[in-house]
Design a protein around this ligand. Structure first.
Ligand code: ADP
Length: 446
């Protein structure tokens, strides 16, 4: 099978950057991103400065390949049928109701994709799980494809989890530590794996392309995220001890990190990890362990999420204490994205810390260089239920247009995202720096 056309369902933070890089590296393959959200598709086809995803370097690639071999379309069925290879890159939020609510991944979008692929395919397809999915989802997808699909059409399901980090997605895609491809150990399975290996091998050396069975690949993604998050929770738990003992977290991180066996990365204290993956993937892992009766293992991993919530509460309490609980004071919140160089604020600690402070009665002046006013407002409104009864969001926050506006209106500045432009801030007001980024003297750093 020669791969001439690829279709990717889901034009979000994963699908967008991944397909842009594949299109750039494979000029002979036509790639179409489809999405059920028409506004997103128009935005991808629109102004390069307002693409739905902000990532350093992404705009330049889109400018180069859009309309040549990278396309964005609403015609989902047509592009599925025309493609030999289909990526599923839709979101998999945590279930809000039913069995496993608050923990298991909600597969409704993945299942609806599988149904759509089954219905729209008149010829054989290689279907690739790109979204992070619970172990053994491939089996479920396969079942749907064969139950709902047309007679005589064959499907091979591969797992090819994404390891890109938001903020450095393009560089991560260019120079992946490894590309993981899981497939069936049958002849047709192996052929399908080879087709995908050949695509990545245009720019990734074979030594970095790891092929495994489907379930190892699915589990490796969850486990990698759980291990990374565990490092953050480990250093954050120790930052609480540093605060009480006078040890300095920065010095501690450095001393620990210089041990080659441990390494330097992911040892920076923070207001807690955010993003759409870490919490979700760990909870998925916890659910999986519970499902198999491994309660102690489940509890072990669950603790990583609990420390993350603890860290958020700890920071809100620290701000409250610093202001002597005078809730008429105003707080400047610098940073809404869950980390620098992305406009993604899903599960950002800023949301939870801000709501906690609002529930204590404070008014907030919020600024972020890349997250829109609208997004900040909906992030808060969507989670208003977390605010204690006697308070609400009315007049409790202002989204600012500049750092200066934020500082001018506030009694205390709380730095929550490590945007480089926050490094130079200077004010006589108290600064609490949860990212250890501010170069001038601050009142408190983690
Ligand atoms: P991720 O970080 O996993 O990429 P996003 O929310 O950024 O998550 O992107 C997922 C995209 O998938 C969204 O743009 C959403 O509209 C799209 N999507 C979800 N379900 C479907 C579906 N059944 N068909 C097409 N697109 C879908």
């Amino acid at each position: 099978m020669k791969i001439n056309n690829i279709c990717c369902i889901g034009a979000g933070y994963v699908g967008g950057p991944t397909m842009a890089v594949i299109a750039e590296k494979c000029p002979d393959i036509n790639i179409t991103l489809v999405d059920s959200n028409p506004d997103k598709i128009s935005a991808w086809n629109g102004d390069l400065d307002n693409l739905p995803v902000y990532e350093p370097g992404l705009k330049e690639i889109v400018e180069k390949v859009r309309g040549k071999n990278l396309f964005f379309s609403n015609e989902i069925e047509k592009h599925i049928n025309e493609s030999e290879m289909i990526f599923i890159a839709v979101n998999t939020p945590t279930k809000t109701k039913g069995e496993g609510a608050g923990m298991a991944a909600d597969l409704k979008y993945v299942i609806s994709c599988a149904k759509q692929i089954a219905k729209s395919s008149n010829s054989d397809k290689i279907v690739i799980e790109k979204s992070t999915l619970p172990v053994r989802t491939a089996e479920k997808i396969k079942e749907i494809l064969y139950n709902d699909g047309q007679e005589g059409v064959n499907f091979e399901i591969l797992s090819n989890p994404e390891f890109l980090a938001e903020g450095t997605a393009i560089q991560d895609l260019y120079k992946s530590d490894r590309v993981l491809i899981g497939g069936d150990e049958t002849v047709t399975g192996k052929n399908a794996v080879n087709e995908l290996v050949n695509i990545y091998n245009r720019w990734i050396p074979k030594s970095k392309i790891l092929t495994t069975n489907v379930w190892s690949s699915e589990l490796a993604k969850l486990a990698s995220n759980a291990m990374l998050a565990q490092r953050i929770s480990s250093i954050n738990s120790l930052s609480a001890l540093c605060e009480l003992t006078g040890a300095k977290t920065e010095e501690l991180s450095k001393a620990i990190g210089m041990d080659k066996r441990i390494g330097t990365q992911f040892l920076k204290p923070s207001p807690g990890f955010g993003g759409s993956c870490f919490q979700k993937d760990i909870l998925n892992l916890v659910y999986l362990c519970k499902f198999y009766g491994l309660d102690e293992v489940a509890e072990y991993w669950h603790q990583v999420v609990k420390i993350n919530n603890y860290q958020r509460t700890r920071i809100a309490n620290l701000v409250d204490k610093t202001l002597n609980r005078q809730s008429n004071k105003k707080i400047g919140v610098l940073g809404w994205a869950f980390k620098k160089n992305t406009n993604d604020s899903r599960e950002s600690s800023s949301i939870y810390i801000s709501l906690n402070l609002i529930s204590k009665g404070y008014k907030l002046y919020i600024y972020d260089p890349k997250v829109s006013d609208k997004k900040i407002t909906t992030d808060l409104k969507d989670n208003e239920h977390l605010i204690k009864a006697k308070h609400n969001l009315e007049n409790k926050f202002v989204v600012c247009r500049s750092i200066d506006e934020c500082i001018k209106n506030s009694d205390l500045i709380l730095v929550l995202t490590e945007w480089e432009e926050f490094a130079k801030i200077k004010t006589k007001k108290k600064i609490i720096d949860t990212r250890n980024i501010v170069e001038n003297e601050v009142y408190f750093k983690l």
